[in-house]
Design a protein around this ligand. Sequence first.
Ligand code: 5AD
Ligand code: SF4
Length: 472
Amino acid sequence: MNPDNPDRRAPQKRLFIRSWGCQMNVYDSGRMADVLAPLGYAPTETPEDADMVVLNTCHIREKASEKLFSELGRLRVLKQAKEQGGSRMILAVAGCVAQAEGAEITARAPYVDLVLGPQSYHRLPEMVARISRATGSVIETDFPAEQKFDFLPDSTTPQGVSAFLTIQEGCDKFCSFCVVPYTRGSEFSRSAAAVLKEARHLVAQGAREITLLGQNVNAWHGEGLSGGTWTLDRLLLELAEIPNLARLRYTTSHPRDMDDALIAAHGRIPQLMPFLHLPVQSGSDRMLAAMNRGHKADLYRQIADKLRTARPDIALSSDFIAGHPGESEADHQATLKLIADIGFALAYSFKYSSRPGTPAASAAVQVAEAEKDRRLQEMQALLREQQDAFNRSCIGRRCDVLVTGAGRHEGQIAGRSPWLQPVHGLGSPHLTGQIVSATVTAAMPNSLSVRLEGNEALGPPSQTPRQEKAAA
Ligand code: 5AD
Ligand code: SF4
């Protein structure tokens, strides 16, 4: 879920903006081009080759609306011609005429897709995304996700012992601060058949651990093997049947999609590792509402309780944002309290940074930089303490280690614990790809030292969950 990943840009579309009036309007037109750029819109000089036309109007002189309607008449012909040719042109009216005469514009020119006043430009990407979806298309109309996956050949370069597999892309959640819904478009889930085929291929190439990826991975709901729609718990159950696939993980999840069936899967599927990354962003109900997260902080506490009941050794990880617009000291304290209440084995915390085109970017009350810094430091100190405590609690514990390769020093192996910690210990690199039993001997801030138990290699679990059920 990295919003900055440059490889994940939307395809190129063309944007024509006609601007009337003052310097303010010229500036606003530039801003609109900026906020639409993440959706793949680049400026063009003529409306004829544009996928979107914005008329940025001025109300200061008389006859402004007459000029607008005559221009709209010309564009209507162009829009219709494009539609007959199978393509689409989004027509938007912005600026002061839109603000003042919005209702009249939609009544007189119903073919206009968008009418927006100068206070709403920050919402333009969201509006464009919604219009694109309302007509059955998605943001990436020229390169839809399903086609992209179809075009991608089976990977020929093995990913190694621990592999990634994308099962879902895009996001419909529209968190106030996040560009992903604009840059990645709406949620798309690959079919179970496609995922299982790729998983088998990865295992054939040597993968023992697969991490399922998606911006909103637990919202995955794909076509099942014999029709119908499967949810992630069902997909995980099926993946757990693949011989030699010893470990499963998935990331990144949203609390709202963490349903009981998925929580139960954590208790049911031994291959599903006892670790979950579940971003909460804030522990304040007020901030969660401002962030458009659609849940309260207590939902997170309930999920953590249920997960720990289903899988007592599960470790949790999360993302937090310090200084989202409007965040007060009390909100910040509520986040610290949530962190203290839940306890995290690992966490990522970020200072809020304004992303053009997102609603939070234009919120009235921005938090001062120095204040954001202070809150971030407080948060990080607490999270660091918890991570250290968790790593120390592993000392003396026996755990399975997936050997991923040779360690940094001669005679050492590198591996990974069930809780995602990097692990190193004495052992032969020939063990790469095997799961060995080990005892944790020391804990560092970001890794563990282990002693392998007689170097014996454990195979994959002897029984899959389904075989266990059949035997019961
Ligand atoms: N500012 C700060 N953090 C952000 N994230 C996403 N957008 C922003 C932003 N504008 C963080 C969230 C998310 C993680 C991948 O990045 O915490 O979960
Ligand atoms: Fe961004 Fe929120 Fe979607 Fe995560 S759930 S990708 S933070 S909009």
